[in-house]
Design a protein around this ligand. Structure first.
Ligand code: HEC
Length: 118
């Protein structure tokens, strides 16, 4: 009996903290992070044409292209957190918190919304 109450309380707390994480994202913060760390490669509009790309062997992702827009938030989230293998895109887990990664991801998606049809 008590354990059932405890379980539903736990579920409630988990749902509440998840939706808090979803809504507390600060759009301006995402923009600030993007301009500080990502714009040099990915460009202001996320088209992959930033000013620092001349020496890169692998060009940065163009977030506007179907290749990126068809990817889920989770795929992009993991690319930011862990990096992309064999590319100059290293993981940011040591520099950005989970919250910051989510904020910068939300900013990217505001520049180039998810579009499963490409
Ligand atoms: C040194 C240049 C560079 C910087 C700085 C950089 N990226 Fe990247 N990024 C890349 C490259 C190169 C790729 C891989 C492109 C590929 O796989 O074809 C990539 C891929 C990605 C992807 C995956 C896109 C996809 O369609 O799979 C995401 C998301 C991403 N970067 C976000 C970021 C964010 C957010 C930042 C800043 C915190 C950042 N990048 C900083 C070069 C960079």
């Amino acid at each position: 009996m008590y354990s059932r109450i405890a379980m539903s309380l736990l579920a409630l707390v988990l749902t509440a903290s998840w939706s808090l994480a979803q809504s507390s994202g600060n759009h301006q913060n995402g923009e600030r992070i993007f301009k500080q760390h990502c714009v040099g490669c990915h460009g202001t509009s996320g088209d992959g044409l930033g000013p620092d790309i001349k020496e890169l062997i692998v060009p940065p992702a163009n977030f506007q292209a179907p290749k990126s827009r068809t990817k889920t938030d989770m795929e992009l989230y993991l690319a930011i957190k862990q990096g992309v293998l064999f590319s100059p895109m290293h993981g940011w887990a040591d520099r950005l918190s989970d919250q910051e990664i989510r904020e910068v991801l939300r900013y990217i998606r505001s520049l180039a919304p998810f579009n499963p049809l490409g």
